[in-house]
Ligand binder design. Structure first.
Ligand code: AMP
Length: 281
């Protein structure tokens, strides 16, 4: 596996792959790798000649009161895990390598962002879309892999690829979970022991909602209330949102039909956890 930190070195490798007509699968991450990230690498490994992993904690997608400085980082361990997972190229840029001191251009996302995390994290998806535009242009992947754990991100990237005509296939990958159902996340390390025990209730509440829908429940508000009650009863977390929307359009729906997402965000003392399920009704 080659490890590069500059655009210049990255471009050199990409040029070589392109000259040899190798297909490129790209996995963008913020590092502190866990089995969720590894799953993306494995999926990319299956169908591409070359797998490129980027690790970049992108300041543009963090709000002023968010955890940019304290976001967990461990580049040495990440490098080892990336090697084991069969990545060919690891791109580890610094902030100054990715952004000039005063950026003159950023991407603004106008749709699919006024709900869920976009509502409470203003500018977050502009930051995501801006860094991905840069990375897509540098890496020129044939396929890009994103986890459904961040389903709104998948929806936004889907829009970005379509509207900016990136010749890239978006490959969504199912959420990887702990044995007790908690979605794997770099931020899970922030949970206290008690919160860690409580957190699987989030996924349980989503599964219970799915079950209710399977048994014919179609009242959106009733389903949302059941989810909220379960989370409030079984955890000390503060609910940020419980939403049921169309997917990937992320529009309000009056009745439960078609492809929908049930998404939840819960704030614990030091970690804000998100989870979701998508279902076709
Ligand atoms: P992050 O490093 O948190 O920005 O995540 C990088 C990529 O890994 C994103 O596409 C995430 O959706 C994906 N990812 C994070 N956690 C999981 C998980 N538990 N299962 C599947 N994909 C995940």
């Amino acid at each position: 596996m080659n490890v590069v930190t500059t655009k210049k070195e990255l471009i050199k490798h990409i040029h070589e792959y392109k000259t040899k007509q190798k297909s490129i699968g790209f996995v963008p991450t913020m590092g502190y790798l866990h089995e969720g990230h590894i799953k993306l690498l494995e999926e990319a490994r299956k169908v591409n000649d070359i797998v490129v992993l980027s690790i970049f904690v992108n300041p543009l997608q963090f709000g002023p009161n968010e955890d940019f400085d304290s976001y967990p980082r461990n580049p040495k361990r990440d490098e080892e895990l990336a090697r084991q997972a069969g990545a060919d190229l690891l791109f580890l840029p610094s902030v100054t390598e990715m952004y000039p001191e005063k950026p003159s251009y950023t991407v603004t996302v106008l749709s699919r962002v006024n709900v869920l995390c976009g509502k409470s994290r203003e500018g977050h998806f502009d930051g995501v879309a801006t860094v991905l535009t840069k990375l897509f242009n540098l890496i020129k992947p044939d396929r890009a892999y994103f986890g459904m754990k961040d389903a709104q991100q998948v929806a936004v990237v889907d829009g970005l690829i379509q509207e900016f005509h990136f010749p890239i296939e978006l490959v969504p990958v199912a959420t990887v979970r702990e044995e007790d159902g908690l979605a794997k996340s770099s931020r899970n390390v922030y949970l206290s022991e008690l919160e860690r025990k409580q957190a699987p209730a989030i996924y349980r509440s989503l599964l219970a909602a799915k079950e209710k829908i399977a048994h014919g429940e179609r009242d959106k508000e009733k389903i949302k209330t059941t989810i909220s009650l379960t989370i409030s009863k079984e955890t000390d977390g503060m609910i940020d949102y419980v939403e049921i929307l169309s997917y990937p359009g992320l529009e309000e729906i009056n009745s439960i039909c078609g492809k929908i997402i049930i998404a939840v965000a819960v704030k614990f003392t030091k970690a804000r956890l998100i989870d979701n399920i998508t279902i076709e009704v």
